[in-house]
Design a protein around this ligand. Structure first.
Ligand SMILES: [Fe+2]
Length: 366
């Protein structure tokens, strides 16, 4: 099981606990969310004054966002707003926290591990390392890096984008008097920690400073308001697509079916392939999906009858046969197919639509 839906959660109401994992003696933590199968977690960590750690690596991808204080890491000094992505196996320099600091720390693949070393693991994807002060060194951009987009007044600083999964880590803010009236859901899990300020959602009420959520896919959220504005750090685990609508009564199954109907309409061949059995698709339904029946779209229930939609969905491409043919072979095949058809309907065609097979027709090669 992946992580459960936690929303809204306010970490200020909970106490820190001693962090007794290797490498963390002298620090304390609160669990924001936890995958009990893999051990992956999102933590708030307090490094007490005098905390030190030798150089070393972790066997999980890690992300760190500094909320306050000052953390020396090797030759770098991380202060509030500092963001770092540390790929599994990349060795961080010695850590030293003179007067205390707090950070959000994510372990993306497993529970925290620590191995003392000053060398990267030979298989570490070092190129993925990120270390940047998001407050000082990144510009705010419009939220419209995805389309359809949030309302104006939701700005983002993209801190990390995974080109394989399209997972993102980003700082976002809502301007004072931000409002967005529609309801949103996504195919990805979405996570947020409120660094400062309060936002409001129709389903979950106020999320104040210290507020947190881990929201699995297809859960309605919105409309949105923020009276005085807010700043937060957010993450997604895969592609963020905004499915917007205005029906507050739909459940995640309704929403997922509607998302599938988008795939049915917009990428019909991929939809057919995923739904078909026999190709051992790792996440596929192994042929249970009835792609003859368009997935239900609560917003546009009759869409399957539209001729443009059904024509696309019912197209039968014969990739295996035609995919790698040389142009000459292709012409030959097309001609042959026509000829068979002609022979079958010889009399009808002769009377109604006489065919010309003179020079310049496909026939000329034979
Ligand atoms: Fe969202």
């Amino acid at each position: 099981m992946a992580r459960p839906h936690i929303e809204p959660y306010v970490e200020f109401n909970e106490d820190y606990r001693a962090f007794d994992f290797a490498g963390y003696g002298g620090a304390e933590y609160k669990v924001l969310s936890l995958d009990v199968d893999t051990g992956a977690s999102s933590l708030k960590v307090k490094f007490n004054g005098g905390y030190t750690r030798k150089p070393g690596l972790c066997y999980s991808d890690m992300e760190v966002f500094v909320l306050n204080g000052e953390i020396k890491v090797g030759s770098e000094t991380w202060v509030e707003g500092h963001y770092s992505f540390i790929p599994a196996g990349v060795a961080l320099g010695a850590m030293e926290v003179a007067q205390g600091a707090e950070a959000i720390v994510w372990y993306n693949d497993s529970e925290p591990t620590f191995e003392e070393t000053d060398r990267d693991h030979p298989l570490a994807l070092k190129e993925g390392f990120i270390s940047v002060n998001s407050y000082l060194d990144c510009p705010w951009a419009s939220g419209s890096i995805v389309s359809p987009s949030t309302a104006t007044g939701c700005m983002i600083k993209l801190l990390r984008f995974d080109p394989i999964t399209e997972a993102m880590t980003f700082l976002y803010c809502m301007t004072p008097e931000f409002m967005q009236d529609n309801i949103s859901y996504h195919d990805c899990a979405e996570e947020s920690y409120h660094i400062w300020g309060t936002s409001w959602m129709m389903q979950f009420g106020d999320l104040p400073t210290g507020g947190y959520f881990w929201r699995p896919p297809y859960i309605n959220h919105g409309s949105f308001r923020s009276k005085l504005g807010c700043i937060a750090i957010g993450r997604t685990d895969s592609k963020l697509h905004n499915y917007f609508h205005f029906n507050p009564w739909t459940n995640p199954d309704d929403n997922q079916a509607r998302a599938a109907s988008f795939l049915y309409r917009q990428r019909p061949q991929l939809f057919r392939w995923v739904g078909a059995g026999g190709h051992n698709h790792p996440h596929g339904p192994q042929g249970q999906l009835k792609y003859q029946n368009p997935p239900h779209d609560f917003e546009t229930p009759e869409y399957g009858h539209r001729p443009d939609v059904s024509a696309l969905a019912n197209q039968n491409y014969t990739f295996r046969e035609m995919d790698h043919l040389h142009a000459d072979e292709y012409v030959h095949k097309v001609h042959h197919a026509h000829k068979v058809e002609d022979d079958h309907h010889h009399h009808d065609h002769d009377h109604d639509h006489p065919h010309h097979h003179g020079d310049g027709d496909l026939d000329h090669k034979h």
